[in-house]
Design a binder for this molecule. Structure first.
Ligand code: UD1
Ligand code: CA
Length: 464
């Protein structure tokens, strides 16, 4: 849309959150609140997007550093929403066209709703257009006061009369403004209200007195305009987002055994015929293929899982890749850089980090594989440990194809076990094992003949 500029208000402290974190950075299904608002704004392809920051502005700017086109304006001190918009005058005062104003704490607005606000604004030739909603519980929102059907002003909860409080049509905090009269008019907003703040909604009455056109758009789905001012509202909106995501997944052919206890972040992708058991958390940038089974109590963050993968109960995967037909768990921990290839098995109490486990290889019990490259068809026995850390630096371990690492061995890195080589159980391997060889490094066993009889009855309780 040409001549469209977006302004996002995000300077407020969010007092009711009682948090050190700025309100707009609180995560909702894995993404900061303001990220939802910015994505919706970006979908309209505006000429510019400006964010008003104030309280803890460095944290907000840092969190949005991935969006180089964003412009920031600091509002200090924060004297209200009208004062916030006024701070953008140096940036937008000379611009022509339409300003779409959004709040950083209203995350669920659909792009289609925003488009409707802008198109109604243009069609009505309005100076201001207010997005309103008719809700069951108007408490806390500004109320839309109408005379003979036309909006005349907006009154905040605290300033409203008992009769006005019964009005169920509320201000969503989303507006379109014609840029031309906006900044001069903002100068005439006064702070004569219960909070002593400069209220942006007061512009409605000012415009009406000047006989400028003020239009309204009523949102179809009131859930879209839910603002977040408290932890309770964060949880309520979180539940809405989660429910919507779960419904999308089920519509796309994913079985959720118990949607009420399935927690899937909005950006997560899951293929059809995958079954997700209760109490599973799929977080961040995670993609799961088709026909997988994810058992109860699993948490998967920022990971990529292929097709037909089984993740048994109580595994934690973070920054891992698991290829098709692999099996993981129960009780496995795949840390960042874990790369589990096709048909590999990672069993119980196995931890991997920055490690490739090659095709069809197995580490089935109680192992630590860190900074390791494990080839294909390798068997890693129970209790094997790669000793990758010397107290100062990390070192690599290489285990070539078809090698066999006996149980309870330690591989002291840097070290390499050659193709098809064996490491005897209980070995501490400090030198490379050449291909096809047996590496054995342990004390020899001695059996003392007749020892029990010589020692007498006391010997039945052997001492260590
Ligand atoms: C505001 C509206 C109210 C509307 C509601 C919808 C006003 C006075 N009231 O109330 O009519 O129903 O939104 O959600 O506008 N902000 C700043 N600088 C400030 C003050 C606020 O940037 O000085 C930002 C906040 O960070 C927030 C947004 O503006 O993102 C709204 O402020 P908030 O204090 O939450 O207003 P509400 O009381 O919710
Ligand atoms: Ca608010």
């Amino acid at each position: 849309m040409s001549g469209l500029h977006v302004l996002v208000l995000a300077a407020g402290k969010g007092t009711r959150m009682k948090s050190a974190l700025p309100k707009v950075l609180h995560p909702l299904s894995g993404r900061p609140l303001i990220d939802y608002v910015l994505r919706a704004a970006e979908s309209l392809e505006p000429v510019t997007i400006t964010v008003i920051v104030g309280h803890n502005s460095d944290a907000v700017r840092y969190a949005l550093a991935g969006r180089p086109a964003l412009r920031f304006v600091i509002q200090e001190p924060q004297l209200g929403t009208a004062h916030a918009v006024l701070q953008a005058e140096p940036m937008l005062g000379a611009a022509k066209g339409t300003l779409l104003l959004l709040s950083g704490d209203v995350p669920l607005l659909a792009p289609g709703t925003l488009r409707r606000v802008v198109s109604t604004h243009h069609e009505a030739g309005a100076a201001a257009t207010v997005l309103t909603a008719t809700v069951e519980r108007p408490y806390g929102y500004g109320r839309i006061v109408r005379t003979r059907g036309a909006i005349t002003r907006i009154v905040e909860e605290r300033d409203a009369s008992p009769t006005e409080r019964t009005i169920r049509e509320i201000n969503t905090g989303v507006y379109a403004f014609d840029l031309e009269p906006l900044f001069p008019a903002l100068q005439s907003v006064a702070a004569k209200n219960a909070q002593g703040e400069y209220y942006l909604p007061d512009l409605v009455a000012i415009y009406r007195r000047r006989r400028l056109t003020v239009a309204t758009v009523n949102v179809d789905n009131p859930d879209e305009i839910r603002g977040i001012n408290s932890r309770t509202e964060l949880a309520e909106v979180g539940a809405l987002v989660r429910q919507q995501k779960n419904e999308e997944l089920m519509a796309a052919g994913v079985t959720l055994v118990d949607p009420a206890t399935t927690y899937v972040d909005t950006d997560v992708i899951v293929g059809p015929d995958t079954v997700i058991h209760p109490n599973v958390y799929l977080e961040g940038q995670t993609a799961i293929g088709a026909a997988c089974e994810i058992f109860a109590g699993v948490r998967i963050a920022d990971s990529t899982i292929g097709d037909r993968v089984t993740i048994k109960n109580f595994c934690v995967l973070d920054g891992a890749t698991v290829a098709s037909d692999a099996r993981v768990g129960p009780f496995a921990h795949l840390r960042p850089g874990s790369d589990i290839r096709e048909r590999a098995h990672i069993g119980n109490f196995v931890e991997t980090k920055q490690t490739i486990v090659g095709e069809g290889s197995k580490a089935n019990h109680l192992a630590y594989l860190g900074d390791a490259t494990v080839g294909a068809g390798v068997n890693v026995g129970a209790g094997v440990i790669t000793c990758n850390y010397d107290g100062a630096r990390k070192h690599p371990t290489v285990i070539e194809d078809e090698a066999f690492i006996g149980s309870d061995s330690q591989l002291v890195a840097p070290v390499r076990v050659g193709k098809g080589a064996f490491v005897a159980a209980g070995s501490t391997i400090v030198d490379d094992v050449p291909p096809g060889s047996l590496g054995i490094a342990r004390g020899r066993q001695t059996n003392v003949q007749g020892w029990v009889e010589k020692k007498g009855p006391a010997a039945t309780k052997p001492k260590a």
